[in-house]
Design a protein around this ligand. Structure first.
Ligand SMILES: Cc1ncc(COP(=O)(O)O)c(C=O)c1O
Length: 373
């Protein structure tokens, strides 16, 4: 029996929806009471301690991703983090291009496209074969580029972009860099210091098992003072308790990207989950995931099914996306068997094993796949 199964609440069946929502750790379910206890006992005087709990969230992220806790700012979701970055960009003459790829999550395209009314041109790297080499990125990273948005692991076919190299090249061209780690945080070891991008954005809901509402923005302290967000509130102020309506001073750390009164509970929940993932070890989670995804890859090749995910493990994230001739029919069959997966247009059915899945489960799922479906 996989020793990690008992540390999570796992819906009955075989749970492979970790690219969407990771399972709730048992200790997270217990610890959320900390938030309510403070509220019950202290009412409005709970704020100091609620804010320390949010601070703990930033500390847990810094253990996970290696940045300084002050470089993290809590956000509601990735899209809002991206909007805050976009509306903080410095004016730079002759830099009017924003680059992203067609494989990014659609929300990102929606957010970047709003910048057209500000005079920016949006340039999408075309998906073609779902594979983005460094050379392809380089062709777009010209000196007139203001910002490049890259997804570490894409949501559809789980392609792992060479972000270290893209960031290095982009910086040589003076391009502002943003990396989306929604599909890699908690799955792949990440060191934001080594990447040295300007921004990293992500959320806790997927591989971090931290639930919705606890996203984050990391800003490099070396670039921080170049960015002045438009979307602010009193928690973006250097001293939120100054209460001088005529005097706004940006916080001298990532909190300038915060806003008004923050939510607390999602961060309390996510912090405990991130600690749970830290205690298991992201290296271990990645190795385990690769063993299980490799089983899928072998099986789909043997059954002559089409896989959208890269076959090469070093180019692959945590999901295997498989194409079927009748995806809806196959999806319904899996659903009847209590196998939790989902379906995305152009990519197929998505299967994402976490640390609490085991080989027997994967073998069972593979046995249900039939060539020619
Ligand atoms: C790579 C990636 N980025 C972003 C998101 C979602 O962003 P948001 O938190 O704004 O919903 C997803 C959701 O699946 C994703 O896979």
């Amino acid at each position: 029996m996989n020793q990690y199964k008992q540390r999570f609440f796992i819906p009955k069946g075989i749970y492979l929806l970790n690219h969407s929502v990771g399972c709730l750790p048992k200790r997270t379910a217990l610890e959320k009471e900390r938030f309510f206890d403070l509220w019950k006992l202290q009412g409005g005087e709970a704020w100091d301690q609620w804010l320390s709990l949010i601070n703990e969230f930033c500390h847990s992220l810094s253990t996970l991703l290696h940045g300084n806790p002050d470089e993290f700012c809590p956000q509601t979701n990735v899209s809002s983090a991206v909007c805050k970055i976009l509306h903080s960009l410095p004016h730079r003459k002759n830099r009017s291009k924003l680059i992203l790829s067609e494989a990014d999550f659609p929300s990102i395209g929606f957010a970047l496209s709003q910048m057209e009314r500000m005079g920016y041109q949006i340039e999408f790297l075309p998906t073609k074969d779902g594979n983005f080499s460094l050379e392809r990125w380089k062709q777009h990273l010209t000196k007139d580029t203001q910002l490049v948005f890259m997804t570490h692991i894409t949501y559809g076919n789980s392609f792992l972009n060479p972000v270290t190299e893209i960031i290095k090249y982009a910086k040589e061209q003076g391009v502002i860099t943003v990396v989306d780690i929604a599909q890699s945080a908690g799955l792949v070891p990440i060191n934001v210091r080594v990447w040295n991008a300007d921004f990293v954005v992500g959320s806790s809901i997927k591989w971090l098992c931290g639930g919705p509402g606890a996203a984050f923005l990391w800003v490099n302290s070396e670039s921080l003072f170049n960015f002045e967000p438009i979307d602010v509130g009193w928690f973006s102020h250097e001293n939120p308790f100054e209460f001088d309506i005529y005097n706004f001073q940006y916080a001298k750390n990532a909190k300038r990207f915060w806003g008004g009164t923050p939510s607390v509970l999602p961060f309390v929940i996510a912090q405990v989950s991130i600690d749970e993932i830290n205690s298991i070890g992201v290296d271990k989670i990645q190795v385990h995931n690769q063993i299980l995804t490799e089983l899928f890859i072998h099986a789909v090749c043997a059954k002559k099914l089409t896989v959208s995910t890269p076959l090469e493990p070093s180019q692959r994230g945590g999901t295997v996306a498989i194409q079927f001739s009748h995806p809806q029919k196959v999806y319904e069959r899996f659903k009847q068997e209590n196998i939790f997966i989902d379906m995305r247009p152009s990519f197929g059915l998505r299967f994402s094993p976490h640390i609490y899945n085991d080989e027997q489960e994967i073998e069972k799922v593979i046995a249900l796949m039939q060539a020619g479906d």
